[in-house]
Design a protein around this ligand. Structure first.
Ligand code: PRT
Ligand code: ZN
Length: 289
């Protein structure tokens, strides 16, 4: 009997703000994806995964129903749809917030100012929960796009919409007054995937985490006079400990280490003060711990 080869099906956005980053993440995980343009689905040739390209709004439902095993979707869409799927990993892209914004001239003194107002939004469930938890009665007008123009044309008094830079609100004479939700893209999974699929998912997760860790880290090389070595090494974490190699010029060493993004500039300044010179910073493609 020929055993059917197990394949993990992932749903990602077909086009839009999450598309590029989702495809790039899979590619950085070494997954070969050819002919992704204008396709409904594609199978990778070097990893047991099939990619479905869908509207983001449909992804939670497809994953809950098991049509896809996993998916990449914004938390804003996931929580609005209220589907039962497992959130596996925060992906760090597609960051935005769902916020309440009011006309610039409106007197706003806290959530109670929304009492009795008409709120235009594409996120009726999230807005309803927000109003309930703040004991505010207001009417919600669900519209699917261009929410920011609703006050200007008299359709609503205020809006609840996604914001990233804030430029759209500003251009429409609105000011952000409350954040309902901070959102980013997440990896979600059907809660009942079998052991074989879980194996593939774990392989994928291991790769995703290696890629993300690498992005947050830099490989640094520097020249250090030998008499300053102890001082410099004390400043460096390294994977185990830093690599120290002698330079051709006697009395000097080359020190190599890995620094994380958060502490990067702070460490670099301290390293210079400790006598490090010719500091070279190199991006890391993958980081396997
Ligand atoms: O066709 P499909 O249904 O798949 O796509 P869509 O049109 O519903 O969604 P799309 O592609 O616009 O966004 C997909 C996801 O990207 C969203 O669900 C969020 O998780 C995430 N995301 C991140 C954003 C933004 N940032 C964002 N700024 N989605 C939308 N916006 C819009 C916002 O609605 C507003 O119109 O951008 C405008 C505000 O941007 P700023 O920079 O001016 O503040
Ligand atoms: Zn959508």
């Amino acid at each position: 009997m020929i055993q059917e080869k197990k394949i993990l099906r992932i749903a990602i956005q077909k086009s839009g703000r999450l598309y590029e980053d989702s495809v790039q993440l899979l590619k950085e995980c070494g997954i070969d994806l050819r002919n992704v343009k204008d396709r409904l689905k594609t199978v990778s040739e070097n990893f047991p995964i099939e990619v479905f390209f869908l509207r983001d709004d449909d992804i939670p439902e497809y994953v809950e129903d098991g049509v896809a095993d996993i998916g990449i979707v914004g938390q804003n869409v996931l929580l609005e749809k209220g589907r039962k799927v497992d959130t596996i990993e925060m992906l760090g892209f597609g960051k935005c917030r769902l916020s309440v914004a009011v006309p610039k001239a409106m007197d706003y003194s806290g959530v109670q100012s929304l009492q009795g107002k008409r709120i235009a939004t594409s996120y009726p469930q999230l807005v309803k929960q927000f109003l309930q938890s703040n004991n505010v009665q207001a009417s919600i007008h669900e519209i699917s796009g261009s929410v920011e123009i609703a006050p200007g044309i008299g359709l609503a008094d205020v809006v609840a919409d996604l914001v990233s830079s804030g430029g759209t609100l500003f251009m429409n004479g609105l000011k952000e007054v409350e954040v309902i939700l901070d959102s980013q893209a997440v990896l979600v999974a059907n809660s009942k995937i079998d052991a074989d699929k879980k194996d593939i998912l774990n392989k994928l997760l291991f790769r995703m985490r290696s890629v993300r860790k690498a992005k947050k880290s830099k490989y640094v090389l520097m020249n250090v006079p030998n008499e300053n070595l102890d001082q410099v090494i004390a400043l460096l974490p390294g994977m185990r400990s830093p690599t120290v190699l002698p330079l051709a010029e006697s009395g000097w060493s080359s020190v190599h280490s890995v620094l994380s993004e958060d502490e990067f500039w702070d460490r670099i300044e301290k390293l210079r003060a400790a006598g490090a010179e010719g500091i070279l910073v190199v991006p890391i493609e993958k980081l396997i711990l």
